[in-house]
Each structure stands twice: as structure tokens, then as C-alpha cells.
Ligand binder design. Sequence first.
Ligand code: ADP
Length: 584
Amino acid sequence: MPGLRSKWIGIIVPFLVFVAVLTIGVWRYGYSQALDQLARRGTADITLVLDGLSSDLQRYRDQAVQLAEHPTLTQLTATRQRDQAADDLLLAAADRTGAAMLLFVDSNGTVLANSQEQQPAGLQQSRYFQRAMDGALGIAHATDTGFGKRVFYFAAPSFADTGQIQAALVTVADVENAEIGWRAGPTAVLLIDSDDNIFMSNRTELLGWAHPAGSTTFLHPNGEKHVFKPQSFGNHEVWKLNLGPYLPSEALRLTQSRPQLDMTGLALVDVAPAQKIALLQSTVVGALLLFFGALLFLTQVRRQTLSIANAKLESRVAERTQSLTETNKILRHEIRERKEAEAALKKAQADLVQAGKLSALGQLSAGISHELNQPLMAIQQYAANGGAFLERKQPDKAGENLSRIDEMARRMGRIIRNLRAFVRNENEPVGQVDIVPVIETALDLTGARMRQSGITVNWQPPPHPVWVSGGEVRLGQVLVNLISNAADAMTDSPEKQLDITVQEGNPVVLRLRDTGPGIEEPEKIFDPFYSTKQVGDGDGMGLGLSISYGLVQSFGGNIRGINTANGAEFSVELERWQEKDKVA
Ligand code: ADP
């Protein structure tokens, strides 16, 4: 994460520097553009002022030239008498142009006529009067001490018929009249004469100050000096003034020279609007750059955060997959072990079944050998009889004995077949089995034992097959087990009866009911190795019922043992065979 932070700092800092440089650039460009505009306006202002002044002065000048030759005035040079008509003429003329004063003065400086009883100070010695006396038009400007005002002087020569200069018409014009028109303008305009004096201005506070041409200095009449540091923006020069509230604190300096007026116009245009525009433009550009930069930055941060989260997720998924793969491996191993255990169990079960069968066979062996002995002895007897009858030439009787022998041999064959089937150790599939012959075979196998023990078997086989799902051999084994158990139980019973019934339905229920002492612990009888029989008396391994239980379960059936009023009852429920089972 610290690496990431320094990476971001490495991007943000140069970006901020870039924004700052660009913003300053925009500010400078915008400022110089706005200054161009201000310069155009200021130049127009200054031109307007100078043009206005020129035309004002031209008016006075023209009037002076015209009046100098007026007969009412020229005749005064001869009479040298004051004439009211001449004074009235000058007064009317002064009123027309707004001049402060008109005078008609002879070459000695004597006033022959005037528009008012006053005259400019030092008239006779003045340069403008002398110029008129030389036959030229005299123009001058000054702060007239007599009037106490700034004025323009015009002196036009008046020629006698001889061509001599006999007098001059002097016009004194108040400068303030001309200033009135441009006083209110936003641009400070200064008219500076060739003596570097600020003679006219729409900012009265600067009047009387001096500004040497081309300098950055203003000199107060009391000698105080104000120097300004000029700043350049392109072609423009901006001054920081701080010269009172009526002058801009920062101003664009513009000049325009008018030699014919003996004046140079200096305009000081307030640059605040240009600064505002430049500031606005640069702020907008800077803000936009920052905004889009921030947007870009946030998008990048978001993308980065997402990719980090993604990477984390992927690594977690990889970890989880790894652990799942391992779990899977372990599970497979366990499944293999289970399968092996299952196979071992099946094998053990099969071995048990076989053991159970052999144990049953052991129990049955006495009965079976008796069962086989009996026909064998009978065969011996019949054979002997047959031989005797042949000797006596009684072949019919001998044949009868032979057929008896055949019958006995068949019976023995059946017994041996049943035994072989019972002991057969093979996996027989669950299929359709008729329960009736299975019961008959079991009774056949146990018949000798039952007869020996004096047990009466009550069995009414149904006249038709009763089909169930099961395996013939295994079902036979279950039945031999149950019948043998009943016989064992009834050994000491006074009444020895075994009832076998088949209840048809679904399931088919086969019941074996004996008249023994009943079951001691019914909940334990299906446990392996549970036996109440004496060890060593040839019976009692305690496996018969538990094997039978497993076999019946494998057919999808059930086996139960309960006590009745006079003994025990074992019931075997078996699924009835249906056509659909065959299809399945
Ligand atoms: P085993 O016959 O070798 O003892 P089994 O599993 O066949 O083993 O029987 C277990 C026990 O169930 C017998 O020892 C006996 O106590 C009881 N039992 C089985 N059948 C009967 C029955 N018909 N009457 C009473 N008890 C029975």
C-alpha cells in the first residue's frame, strides 16, 4: 500500500504543477488579451479628448483671426478712443464661443477694446503677443495669475492698410470649459505640455504635477517624487500607482503626442476589469482541469481498488479450490476405504451365511443320515426279497420289489439334491419365487428331526403358487432355521405343535407358530451370537436368526419374533411379486 501511495503522489504532484503552469499561462494570455482591449478603448478615449480639445482651440483661433480684421476694431487704432460698440462686439463674440475674455490691444500693449474690465497678466511681454506683433498667430497656455485659472491664449495680428501690424486680437479661453466634457470618464486622461507639466486632466488631483516624458515618475508641486515600477505584458506597460482613490491602483499606460497642441496625452486605464477577466478565465480553466483530473484520479483509484479486490477474491477462490481439491482427495480416499470395507463386510457376511448353513447342516446331519439310512435298509430288504422271488420264479413280485427300490432311490436322490441346494455357496439374484415348494423343501429337510422329536407339523399348502420377491435357496435357509429353532424350543414341551400358515396379500406373510416356552428376550434374538442354548450340545451358535434377518432384509422383506399365549410366533413378510418388478 505505501508503494501505491507514493505512486499516486508521483502522479498527483506533477499534475498539480501542470495545472498551476497552465492556469498561470491562461491568466497571462487572458490578461494580455484583455489589456489589448483596454488599450484600444483607452486610445479611443485619449484620441477623443485630444480631438475635442483641438476643435475647441480651432474655434477660438478662427474667431481671433476673423475679429482682428473687424472694422469696428481696426478703426480704433486711428481714433484711439474707447468705443462702447467695440466692447459690445467683443462681449458678444466671447459669449458665442464661451471664451473667458477678448481684448483688442495695440502694438504698445494698450487695450483699445475688451469684453470685460480685466486683462491677462504680463500681456505685453508674453510670447504669444510678441508672435502676433511679428505677424504670426500666437498661442500659449498658462495658469493666469490675473484670473487664477488655467487658460489658453490666442493672439491674432491686425494689419493696417499699409501692411504694418497695428494691433492684435487676444482671446483668453478657460481650460475648464474644455475639461467639463471628459471629466466623468473611467479612464484618467492627462495632457502634459512640453515643459512636462500636467496642464489638463479629468483627475484634478494631478493638475500641476510634472511627469517627465518617457519616465515612470510623477513629481508633486511640492517636490515630492513618486516613482512607479512598470510591469510589461506583451506590448503593454502597467503601473502600480497608489495615488489616491480617484486614480486606478494599477493602470495601463497609453500615450499619444499632439505637437500642434504642444501636448502629449497620457491615459491611465484601470486594469482591474482585465484582471477580473483573466482571473475568471484562469480560474475556470484551472477548476475544469482539477475537476477532470479529480474525476480521472477517482476513476483510476476505483479501478485500482476493484482490481485489488478482484485479485484478493481470485486468490481466495484459488485457496478455496485448493482446499476443496484436497478435501476431495481425502473423500475419494475415504470412499475407496469404505468400498473396501464394504467388500470385506460382504465377504464376511457371505462367509457367515455359509457358516450358518454348515452349522444348520451339522444340526440336521443326524436326522438326514437316519433319513438316508431308512431307504437304504429298505433297498437292501427289497433287493433281498427281489432275489428270493426270482429264485422262486415269481418275476412279478420281484419286479414289484425292484420298483420299490427305484422309488426309494428316487427319495434318497431328492434328499441329497435338497441338501446340495441348501449348502450351495453362490450368489443367487433376487427374483420371482413360489413360496409353497420352498416351505415343502424345508419341511423335507427337517422332516426326520421333527418325526424323531414327535412334533406335529400343521401345514395346509395353498392350491396355487404364491409368488414373492426373493432367492429360493436363501429363503429355504431362513425357513430351515426357523423350523429348527421351533423344534429346539419344543424339546421339553408336553405339547409339540408347529403351525405354518401363509397369508396372501402384499406383503405375503408367512407365520410359524410353536408351542414352546416362548422367547426369553425378544429384543435380542436378532443380535449375532445371541443364544440361550447350551454351548457344546451341538446347537447354539447364535447366528441363525441374525443371518435370517440379513437375508430377509436383502429381499426387501421383514422378520419378527413375538410371544403368543402358548409359545412363540415368527413371521416373515415378503414383497409380493408383481409383473412390474419383472420389468424393473
Ligand atoms: P441359536 O439357535 O444358535 O441359539 P438363533 O439365532 O437361531 O441361534 O436363535 C437365537 C435365540 O433365539 C435362541 O438361542 C433362543 O433363545 C431364541 N429363539 C429362537 N427361536 C425360538 C423359539 N421358536 N422359541 C423360543 N426362543 C427362540
